[in-house]
Design a protein around this ligand. Structure first.
Ligand SMILES: *Cc1c(COP(=O)(O)O)cnc(C)c1O
Length: 234
């Protein structure tokens, strides 16, 4: 448990260093501890060490842990979300990072309207065009945003991407840079205010911070290696 606290401190230091390098204030960067495959006691240790944001990518697993996680934390849903699981996510998760298709937006809208909820969402963008990854292709983002802006119970407030896996974080810098450009592009429907830029994982978060990320999603660097490092959720 001690190493969890140490790992968090080290990650925060690296975030601060990367931010300083490009003249950013580290306080504007939210560290999301990704707790998939991590048992409750370790999650609670991370919370005691100062973590305020938790990211999960599987509904079932998150629900099983939800009540045992102690402390005032924000829950982030970061995995691919099936429509039939939307009902479990609404009202429990504070931010959905993985809005990636209209049928999902429609399901969220339908249920959120019934419950009187406004659902904060990030649009997942498949910047690198990987077959195996979910997300809107960059050249379809503008029209996707037009469509979802018309859904009154969705609050689209940013963009998220998962960079291709690489041992060399510099190799994925162009992916982060492209997402930042899309984020700042600004020709969005007036309903949409871009606030959150969610990019960077254990292997590449310092580069993501240099490129403007204000949410980083870190699992391995905090909790150690998992069995299934590349799975994207449901
Ligand atoms: C697992 C996961 C992460 C964290 O990955 P690490 O490499 O362990 O830091 C971040 N984002 C998403 C969407 C994930 O599924």
């Amino acid at each position: 448990m001690e190493d969890i606290a140490q790992n968090i401190a080290r990650v925060q230091e690296e975030i601060a260093r990367a931010a300083a390098k490009v003249g950013r204030n580290p306080d504007e960067i939210t560290l999301i501890a990704v707790t998939k495959n991590v048992p409750e006691d370790k999650i609670n240790a991370a919370i005691r060490a100062g973590v305020q944001d938790i990211g999960e990518n599987r509904v079932q697993e998150a629900l099983a842990k939800y009540d045992a996680v102690r402390g005032p934390v924000r829950w982030h849903f970061i995995g691919h979300l099936q429509r039939n699981k939307v009902k479990y996510v609404l009202g429990r998760f504070d931010l959905l990072h993985s809005l990636d298709r209209i049928s999902l937006a429609q399901e969220i809208q339908k249920r959120a309207a019934v419950q009187g909820l406004i659902v904060p969402c990030l649009v997942q963008v498949n910047v690198a065009g990987e077959e195996s990854k979910f997300g809107i292709p960059p050249d379809e983002l503008a029209s996707f945003l037009q469509k979802v802006a018309a859904f009154p119970n969705l609050n689209v407030c940013g963009l998220m991407t998962i960079a291709p896996y690489s041992l060399d974080p510099e190799a994925v810098r162009p992916v982060f840079r492209r997402l930042r450009e899309l984020f700042h592009q600004g020709n969005y429907p007036p309903e949409i205010e871009m606030k959150y830029l969610s990019m960077g994982m254990s292997g590449d978060f310092t580069v993501a911070v240099e490129e403007g990320a204000n949410m980083v999603r870190i699992g391995t660097a905090i909790f150690g290696p998992r069995q299934n490092p590349n799975e994207e959720g449901e």
